[in-house]
Design a binder for this molecule. Structure first.
Ligand SMILES: Nc1ccn([C@H]2C[C@H](O)[C@@H](COP(=O)(O)OP(=O)(O)OP(=O)(O)O)O2)c(=O)n1
Length: 178
């Protein structure tokens, strides 16, 4: 089951879903459109190491937009700060971004119950493509959860991505024990 537009509005009313800023016109039939924040980042090193803290360089998308290049992983961020306390949020692409050859996440679209933050986007493209801050980039959909949650994401010790930020956050894989 996926929450309908009416159910998303009800959950926002209750405070179990928070989307800031919120604009009613961005609500779809069963989704909410999120927008590309102005902050992007790329990894500093050409070769990444999953065991190490790979540093990123931040930069802003200028007024005239920024041309994404194929073969580069860009970390982006949603303009929207979200909280989801009772449902599982999923970040999905939009058909219109997909049709421009833009991917907005690499393998991980699922959020956790209790996730409270902006969403980091793992952006890649097929063609060089100019993107703009504030453009619609993806959509959030919400699934009800079956069963009680023992570890909410915001209380879990290893909730690595719950510190509020307006900039994209690099991989914290190095915090995992392996
Ligand atoms: N493209 C994405 C996908 C998810 N998230 C957020 C929402 C999730 O609640 C949180 C953690 O996602 P995962 O559980 O997939 O990540 P990890 O398992 O790597 O991290 P953790 O150990 O913190 O669960 O990151 C995000 O910002 N951008």
């Amino acid at each position: 089951m996926i929450l309908s537009d009416k159910r998303i509005l009800e959950e926002i009313e209750k405070g179990t879903i928070v989307i800031q800023p919120f604009d009613r016109s961005f609500l779809g039939t069963n989704s909410y459109d999120v927008h590309l924040g102005k902050h992007l980042a790329t990894y500093r090193d050409k070769e990444l190491d999953a065991k190490k803290h790979n540093e990123i360089d931040h930069f802003d998308i200028p007024e005239e937009g920024f041309v994404l290049q194929p073969g580069v992983l860009y970390l982006g961020v949603t303009e929207e700060y979200t909280e989801t306390h009772a449902h599982v949020p999923f970040l999905e692409g939009k058909s219109s971004t997909g049709r421009l050859g833009i991917d907005i996440h690499a393998t991980a679209g699922k959020g956790d119950v209790g996730f409270c933050n902006t969403w980091t986007l793992e952006i890649s493209c097929v063609h060089p493509v100019r993107v703009y801050a504030g453009m619609p980039i993806g959509q959030l959909i919400y699934f009800p959860v079956d069963g009680e949650i023992i570890n909410k994401y915001n209380t879990k010790q290893n909730a690595k991505y719950n510190d509020r930020t307006i900039r994209p956050v690099e991989s914290m894989m190095w915090k995992n024990k392996f």
